[in-house]
Design a protein around this ligand. Structure first.
Ligand SMILES: [Mg+2]
Length: 221
């Protein structure tokens, strides 16, 4: 990891960008998993909201950091709820973080290539691209589901690098998830940045050991 405050853009070819909490406001996801889904689960199973949450929490905890956690098909089966349909019904909360289109233009203007690198399921990427127009500004999309591991698994990076060509020494990776950044650091990605406020409606639970971006233009100054 290079901890320099200033990114030397002469030394960057690839910029991998996380989606939820980095390009998009994590508020939608927190709202969906903490409120919408428990309410639906309670309604479907004739439970109070409290007992629905008590029943869901161990199921969520058991899958945290695994590919299933990010898989809408898994949760639809496991909970007997059409998770995608429920997301579509609440999609009005999907929102870009400030300055995303400018960020993508600025990266391209520095002769680097931006690409999405997400743990999200491709159907969720499609929904979020539809709602935000992000698909117009970013052509390369990498979903960890295609590589068999989530980004926080050390094994992901070897698999990913075996298929997608990039030089870790000349790559910037921005992600709001600490475990993901740790795995990228272990693999040898030189330029790593976190996000200071992934969810616009609540403070970060703990500070990152990586430099946090407050406003995207900071990475060009
Ligand atoms: Mg994220």
């Amino acid at each position: 990891m290079n901890t320099n405050m200033r990114i030397d853009w002469q030394c960057i070819d690839h910029v991998f960008l996380d989606m939820d909490g980095t390009l998009l406001d994590l508020h939608f996801d927190n709202y969906f998993w903490q409120q919408v889904l428990p309410q639906e689960y309670a309604r479907m199973n004739g439970l109070t909201l409290e007992s629905a949450v008590a029943s869901l929490n161990p199921k969520f905890e058991a899958k945290q950091g695994q590919l299933d956690w990010y898989c809408v098909d898994y949760w639809s089966r496991e909970l007997n709820i059409d998770v995608m349909n429920l997301k579509y019904g609440n999609a009005q909360k999907i929102a870009l973080r400030p300055g995303v289109f400018e960020l993508l233009d600025d990266i391209k203007n520095r002769a680097a290539e931006p690409a999405l690198l997400t743990n999200a399921h491709r159907s969720v990427v499609n929904l979020k691209f539809d709602k935000t127009g992000l698909g117009r500004a970013i052509d390369k999309i990498h979903c960890s589901h295609d590589y068999g591991f989530p980004k926080e698994a050390p094994a992901f990076w070897g698999r990913f690098a075996g298929i997608v060509r990039f030089d870790p020494e000349r790559t910037l990776f921005i992600d709001d998830n600490e475990a993901v950044l740790e795995a990228a650091d272990q693999y040898g990605i030189k330029w790593l940045r976190s996000i200071s406020e992934p969810d616009s409606q609540q403070p970060r639970s703990s500070r990152s050991r990586f430099l946090e971006i407050d406003q995207f233009p900071e990475i060009f100054s």
